[in-house]
Unconditional design. Structure first.
Length: 88
């Protein structure tokens, strides 16, 4: 369940961003999956939908890219690239 922990950590960080920006929802999340991560974009998407339920990220559009750089320091990780906070 390493993947679920990574997604939970990411959703928690997204929630912190929403709190910092005084927003109840997130419009878009961009992430990058490291080249050596065993997480696939499809499995990440599914985990994200489950874990983000009831959080500010629940209805966010999710943009996922996969890095090709096997030598990057975060090649085994999932990196939060950006969060677009909903504004009224």
């Amino acid at each position: 369940m390493h993947e679920a922990r990574l997604v939970r950590d990411l959703v928690s960080r997204i929630g912190q961003v929403a709190d910092e920006e005084h927003s109840d929802s997130i419009d878009r999340v961009r992430i990058e999956i490291g080249a050596l991560s065993h997480v696939t974009p499809e499995s990440f998407q599914g985990q994200f939908e489950l874990i983000s339920h009831g959080t500010p990220a629940e209805h966010a559009a999710l943009d996922i890219t996969r890095s090709a750089d096997e030598y990057a320091p975060d090649a085994r990780d999932i990196r939060l690239v950006s969060v677009t906070v909903h504004t009224d």
